[in-house]
Each structure stands twice: as structure tokens, then as C-alpha cells.
Design a protein around this ligand. Structure first.
Ligand SMILES: Nc1ncnc2c1ncn2[C@@H]1O[C@H](COP(=O)(O)OP(=O)(O)O)[C@@H](O)[C@H]1O
Ligand SMILES: O=P(O)(O)OC[C@H](O)CO
Length: 492
């Protein structure tokens, strides 16, 4: 028997089978189209997301030679905040999904900030009043798709983050639910009461009848339409991908921290049963919710990590495959002398400057491809340092960081991360921690996995990286980064 995890990421959809030991037994993956219709706009076609989901699930089952009855449960984890609005009757999205990176609603956020609403929003949601989150992305669709607002008010449209849209489709339109982690990323969910909040709904002009029911992360979300995979399969786990990674890294205890390097980078600290309010623009969010008990987290969100590597590869065509970036950086050493600030879609934590755009600084006549690539890789380490500094100012100073995601196969990145941060970097054997985390959540519900304690035993170190830089080198290089960031900021 297996758990089937659907990991619907920003650039690709994956289906991963996990066995009882929490080891991947099969994986299928498919990329899908990114739409950039205007400066700061990022969209996905939810139909394509759905098609890739069905394809990868069928593929991984066929490759393993298994049927629906071999799958104990399905877990869904997803790119968070990305907003889908669809017709309740036909199931058709009314517009392309507006992706978490999309900045089109920054002016609306500014307006609401000017009206003095920022504190109320952040007190209730733990987030900032920012275009990153779903609320203004829903409002934009209702205001810009003809007739949408009237249909929404008449109860004819549904909203969902990607988990909810996939759940709706997987269950043949029978289940309109989400989990507390995804709800906590919308700017509409009160993280203290764990309910949708009418004052927030009124502020963002979102009709309550569009919203999904919010469940624990491990819950009975519904069963798949038997037509899809040749039999019903229970869907018993849902979590936003970054929270799923926290769970997959078994950061169950207060003070445990992980950072995931995929399209963006997200550092999440487990803060236990109390929401910790940051003084430094870190987000307070739901880490996971089990048996009605919420574990809170502090999060630093960086919008561009792997996208920088993709841009260097596809935009500038500096190399054919991300895998070669490690050997290029090894030729340069531990410091390229060039700073690349990848503010392609503005700066996230701790700056939150949606209008900033990227820059490259410190170019000399002998700067070449390998230096640019190394600066791109290193930008991820410096951005992580920015988050660590913000957390330190909130009184949190971890000594080690568990890392995962597509970028951490790169040993240069992990070593440089340790040098730049001055702490130990721990890389687990299973770096598919996002998919693993939601497999744990789904499996706990159906008795496939026993307990959190038993899951803790699954975590295995692949490699540990220790810092080699001295304090002086660390602060000199970091000062150069801060100077570069300062030059792209628009809000000083
Ligand atoms: N060897 C590598 N070195 C650096 N970056 C890499 C490497 N391999 C993949 N990446 C980057 O990692 C990202 C993919 O990570 P992944 O976790 O699959 O992303 P997501 O879940 O956001 O779609 C891509 O942006 C890619 O450029
Ligand atoms: O697709 P990822 O893995 O970069 O994750 C996206 C985040 O969930 C956005 O908040």
C-alpha cells in the first residue's frame, strides 16, 4: 500500500508515491505554462494545472503497476495563495489563476493601507496587507471579469486556492474544502478564531458564499470520482506546500525551523501553540492544525530563488541545465564579487517592496558567465540571511537550519548558505519534503502512519554543511549585499 501525494508547485505538478517508511516509491512530474501578460503579472491556466495533475497521477500509478485499491489515501499540497475562481455549475474557471507572485493588486493594497486598514488586517491574519495574498486577487477577478461580481453574490461562483480547486475536480464537484494552512494565506482568515472573518470579507469585498469550508490538515476531505483512477480513493491530507515541507522535515516542536528552495524560498519556524507577532515583517501563519489544535509558525517569504536560475538559463541562456551551475560556481570559489538582486517581482520579506525590480552590481571587465551564475546562486543565500537577521531581531537565533527543495541538490549553495549564515545546514535524504509532509498528514488520518513520534524516526541526514567563513568575511560580504539591495529599493 502507498500514499499518493499530489504536489502542485509553481512551475510543475508532481505525483509521488510513498511507502510505510516514508520513502518515495515512484514519482512523475510535468511542467506547465507560465503566463506573464504584463509587468508584474503572473498567471496559470487552472485547466492545465488540472490536466497535469491527472496525467502525473495516472503516470506514477501505471509506472508502478498499481491500481486505486493499492493507494491508502491521497494528500494534496500546493503553491499557496494562487487564486482560482470558478463557476459552481460547470466547474470552469472564470479567468486564469492569479499566481502568488503576481503584483497587479499592489495599487489596491496601497489604497487600503492609506485608508488605515493595514493593522487590522495584520492583527487578524498574521499577514501583511500585500498583493501576495489571495484576497485582492479574488477581488480583481470579480471586478474585471464581466458579470463576475453579480454571479458571486448570487452564490454561483466558488473561490479556492489550488488545493481546493483540485479537490473540487477530484471529487467531481462534491467537496468544497480547504485546510487551515491554505486558509491562513488568503488575508480573509482570522488565525486566532480559525474562521473566515466578516470584517475582512467586507474590506476586500468577497462574498462569504464563495469560500470553502476549513478543515484540519489531516481530515476527511472527500473521495475521488471513481471514473478518474478506476476506483474511489480517500483524500485525507491537505496543506500549503511550505507548511507541508515543515511537516515533512518533522519540525513538530517549537523552535524547529526549515527553509525550502523551489521557485521561491520560504523559511518557516515552528512557534508552538501561540502566534508570535514579528516586529520585522515576518509573517505569522498556521504551521499545521491537527485534531483542532493549531500549531503556529513564523515565516519569511522570498519571491525569487529558483526563478533566478531559470532566468539565467532561459532568459539569458547562460547554460543549458541548472545542474551545471554547481561546477560553474566551484570554478569561481566562495565569493563572485558580483551581487545579483533578483527582485523580478518586487522584494518579499523582510522588505515588502512590490515596486522594486532586479539589479546586478559590481560588474568588471572580467565578469563572465560563471561569476553571474555564482552571484545568482549566492543571492539565495543572502536573501536567507536577510530572513535570519529579521528573525534574530525578533529574538530567534537558530543554530541549524534544515533545507529542502529543488535547489538544495546543489552542494555549492548549501555550503555557501552555511558560510553566509554562520550556522549548520542540514540536508535530509528525502528532499521531496513537501510531498512527504502531506503524505504524512494523509497517512496519519487512515492509520498508514502511526504517530508524530514514529514519523520523527524517519528523518535521515544526507549531509551536514558547516560554516568556513570567519565573522569578518561574513559581515564584509553581507554589507555588500545590503548595499546592493538598498539600490533597488523604491520605498526608502
Ligand atoms: N542543481 C541545481 N542548482 C540550482 N538550482 C537548481 C538545481 N536544480 C534545480 N534547480 C532550481 O530549483 C527549482 C525547482 O525546484 P522545485 O522544488 O521543483 O520548485 P517548485 O516546487 O517551486 O516548482 C527550479 O527553479 C530550478 O531552477
Ligand atoms: O511553488 P513553490 O514551491 O515555490 O511554493 C510557492 C509558495 O507556496 C508561495 O507562497
Amino acid at each position: 500500500m502507498y500514499i499518493l501525494s499530489i504536489d502542485q508547485g509553481t512551475t510543475s505538478t508532481r505525483a509521488v508515491l510513498f511507502d510505510k517508511q516514508g520513502l518515495p516509491a515512484g514519482v512523475a512530474q510535468q511542467e506547465f505554462t507560465q503566463y506573464f501578460p504584463a509587468d508584474g503579472y503572473v498567471e496559470h491556466d487552472a485547466e492545465e494545472i488540472w490536466a497535469t495533475t491527472v496525467t502525473v497521477c495516472k503516470k506514477v500509478m501505471a509506472e508502478k503497476g498499481i491500481s486505486a485499491s493499492d493507494i491508502a489515501a491521497i494528500g494534496i499540497t500546493n503553491q499557496r495563495e494562487t487564486t482560482v475562481v470558478w463557476d459552481a455549475e460547470t466547474g470552469k474557471p472564470i479567468h486564469h489563476a492569479i499566481v502568488w507572485q503576481d503584483r497587479r493588486t499592489a495599487p489596491l493594497c496601497k489604497e487600503l493601507q492609506a485608508a488605515g486598514k493595514a493593522d487590522m488586517v495584520s492583527d487578524k491574519t498574521g499577514l501583511l496587507l500585500d498583493a501576495y495574498f489571495s484576497a485582492t486577487k479574488i477581488a480583481w477577478q470579480l471586478d474585471n471579469v464581466e458579470g463576475a461580481r453579480e454571479l458571486a453574490e448570487a452564490g454561483k461562483l466558488r473561490f479556492g486556492t489550488v488545493d481546493t480547486f483540485l479537490l473540487w475536480r477530484l471529487t467531481g464537484g462534491k467537496s468544497h474544502k480547504t485546510d487551515a494552512t491554505n486558509a491562513s494565506r488568503t488575508n480573509l482568515f482570522n488565525i486566532h478564531t480559525q474562521e473566515w472573518d466578516q470584517e475582512l470579507l467586507d474590506l476586500f469585498r468577497v462574498p462569504a458564499c464563495m469560500l470553502p469550508q476549513v478543515e484540519d490538515c489531516s481530515a476527511d476531505f472527500g473521495v475521488t470520482d471513481p471514473e478518474l483512477f478506476g476506483g474511489e480513493i480517500a483524500i485525507t491530507g491537505i496543506a500549503g506546500d511550505q507548511q507541508a515541507a515543515l511537516f515533512g522535515q518533522t519540525c513538530f516542536e517549537e523552535g524547529e525551523i526549515k527553509s525550502t528552495y523551489g521557485t521561491g524560498c520560504f523559511m518557516i519556524l515552528n512557534t508552538g501553540d501561540k502566534p508570535l507577532k514579528s516586529k520585522n515583517k515576518m509573517l505569522t501563519t498556521v504551521g499545521f492544525r491537527l485534531d483542532g489544535k493549531t500549531t503556529y509558525a513564523l515565516e519569511g517569504s522570498i519571491f525569487n530563488a529558483g526563478t533566478t536560475i531559470q532566468w539565467l538559463r532561459d532568459g539569458l541562456r547562460l547554460f543549458p541545465d541548472a545542474v551545471v551551475t554547481e561546477s560553474l560556481a566551484n570554478k569561481v570559489g566562495d565569493n563572485p564579487g558580483v551581487y545579483l538582486v533578483p527582485a523580478f517581482t518586487g522584494l518579499g520579506a523582510p522588505y515588502w517592496d512590490p515596486n522594486a525590480r532586479g539589479g546586478i552590481f559590481g560588474l568588471t571587465r572580467d565578469t563572465g558567465i560563471k561569476e553571474l551564475v555564482t552571484a545568482g546562486l549566492q543571492s539565495v543565500c543572502y536573501q536567507t540571511k536577510d530572513l535570519m537577521e529579521a528573525m534574530a531581531a525578533d529574538g530567534v537565533r537558530p543554530k541549524a537550519l534544515r533545507v529542502d527543495g529543488g535547489m538544495v541538490v546543489n552542494n555549492w549553495v548549501c555550503q555557501n548558505m552555511s558560510d553566509v549564515l554562520g550556522i549548520t545546514i542540514d540536508r535530509p535524504v528525502v528532499t521531496e519534503t513537501t510531498a512527504l509532509g502531506v503524505a504524512y498528514l494523509a497517512g496519519l488520518r487512515v492509520g498508514f502512519f502511526e504517530s508524530l513520534d514514529a514519523l520523527k524516526q524517519h528523518w535521515q541526514s544526507d549531509r551536514r554543511f558547516e560554516a568556513k567563513w570567519d565573522d569578518e568575511k561574513r559581515s564584509t560580504h553581507y554589507a555588500g549585499w545590503l548595499d546592493a539591495v538598498d539600490r533597488v529599493r523604491t520605498d526608502k
